[in-house]
Design a protein around this ligand. Structure first.
Ligand code: SF4
Length: 114
């Protein structure tokens, strides 16, 4: 029996709005997924790719390293939670970083994406 789902339903990594069969529904996501960013600032070589890819989250500091905007220092890394709307740009920054010091973790599954 089909039923209407008026909230965002996730399929293949995309948020969609449409009616779904009950057995097709893979979970209603009211708030959107959250991702934890871990940035190993001490290992940054200052290449600046992250700033080019995501200037909403990164900016260069006068010491030649990038800062994670809104990041909180936790031990040796800076951490910040982002939502789904920020994920694409953050993934580009993390994947583009030549020394891979930006990590993206799916908070729900705990899986490290980068
Ligand atoms: S891309 Fe990586 S190495 Fe380059 S500035 Fe950003 S964090 Fe630092």
């Amino acid at each position: 029996m089909a039923f209407y789902c008026f909230v965002r339903q996730r399929a293949a990594g995309q948020a969609i709005n449409r009616s779904v069969e009950k057995d097709e529904c893979i979970g209603v996501d009211w708030m959107g997924k959250k991702y934890l960013i871990k940035y190993e600032r001490d290992k940054c070589i200052g290449a600046g790719v992250c700033v080019v890819m995501d200037d909403k989250s990164f900016e260069m500091n006068t010491d030649g390293k990038a800062d994670l905007k809104g990041g909180n220092k936790a031990d040796a890394v800076y951490e910040k939670e982002i939502d789904e709307a920020e994920l694409d740009d953050m993934m580009k920054a993390a994947e583009g970083c030549p020394v891979r010091v930006i990590h993206v973790i799916d908070k729900e599954s705990g899986k490290q994406l980068v």
